[in-house]
Design a protein around this ligand. Structure first.
Ligand code: ZN
Length: 284
């Protein structure tokens, strides 16, 4: 690190068996610019209680085939490392978020004019309530952004675009972002049921191309919260994408994504969709 700088270090701990009750950091560092007898330091601190609650199990936020789980846990960086200073604290609301895209039969994210939201396979698809829940907040009325570039000087209040926050119970909340203007069929205070169509996919807010941003968080504020892991009760993994770089290239050019087939589709139960998988959600 250069002098007088700070940095965030992201660690993934994999606990196969025993999950500890708490974690403590022990950091050993060598500072080459310090006097010789003070170059080595060891600091212990940052004690953190491990959240031992069961992971919440949800239904899928979409229905149909050939969805692509982009920027999901854990090596993708755009959500996992989206640390934001909010009200004096660093928050990581999006750390388990997925940007859902969809491929057409030819493997394309869009076909036709790139700047037209309607060219995108996922545009206008139904968005589902993932659980019986209460609507905490709704933002509507924001226009679609022209795909292909991020909007400039967008106010922070409009980053999620047209969006819905659901109270799932147990201090867990779900965010659906970038929805189509006028498609939201619920209002603040409404009760929704699992599988209910609540909106359609759009391209409003801080977005490069039509997609559904979905995540679960520990407060009703999409910014002043920390992201929580969750599982989807049932889905099928049909193939793998080669990775974020290939995905970005396919999204930019409208060319087919060179999917890597599996030996056989994998039926998943109660799992978090990991990064860059081709996923089918069955109709119920
Ligand atoms: Zn996102």
């Amino acid at each position: 690190m250069p002098p007088s700088t700070s940095a965030l270090l992201f660690l993934h701990l994999v606990a196969e068996e025993h999950v500890p009750d708490k974690l403590t950091h022990r950091i050993a560092a060598r500072m080459s610019a310090a006097p010789p007898e003070r170059q080595d330091i060891v600091a212990i601190g940052g004690e953190t209680k491990v959240d031992g609650r069961e992971v919440i199990i949800l239904g899928p936020p979409l229905v149909g085939e050939r969805y692509l789980s982009a920027d999901s846990c854990c090596d993708a960086t755009r959500h996992t490392r989206a640390a934001l200073p909010v009200n004096g604290r660093i928050r990581l609301s999006q750390r388990f978020a997925v940007d859902w895209e969809q491929l057409d039969a030819d493997g394309r994210i869009y076909a036709g004019v790139r700047e037209n939201p309607e060219s995108y396979t996922i545009f206008g698809k139904d968005v589902l309530a993932v659980s019986d829940a209460t609507v905490v907040s709704v933002i509507d009325g924001l226009p679609n952004q022209p795909p292909g570039k991020l909007p400039v000087a967008l106010p922070i209040e409009e980053a999620d675009g047209n969006s819905i926050v659901l109270d799932l119970g147990g201090e867990r909340y779900a965010l659906y972002a970038h929805l189509e203007r006028g498609s939201i069929s619920v209002r603040t205070g409404d009760k929704v049921y699992k599988g209910q169509v609540i909106a359609r996919v759009g391209n409003s807010g801080n977005t490069l191309a039509p997609h559904l941003h979905f995540h679960v968080m520990d407060s009703s504020s999409p910014l002043a919260s920390n992201g929580l892991p969750y599982a989807i009760d049932r889905f099928q993994v049909a193939a793998r994408s080669p990775g974020t770089e290939a995905f970005d290239a396919a999204e930019a050019a409208g060319t087919p994504l060179a999917l890597r087939p599996l030996d056989a589709p994998r039926e998943m139960a109660n799992a978090l969709p990991l990064d860059q998988l081709l996923i089918n959600f069955a109709r119920r």
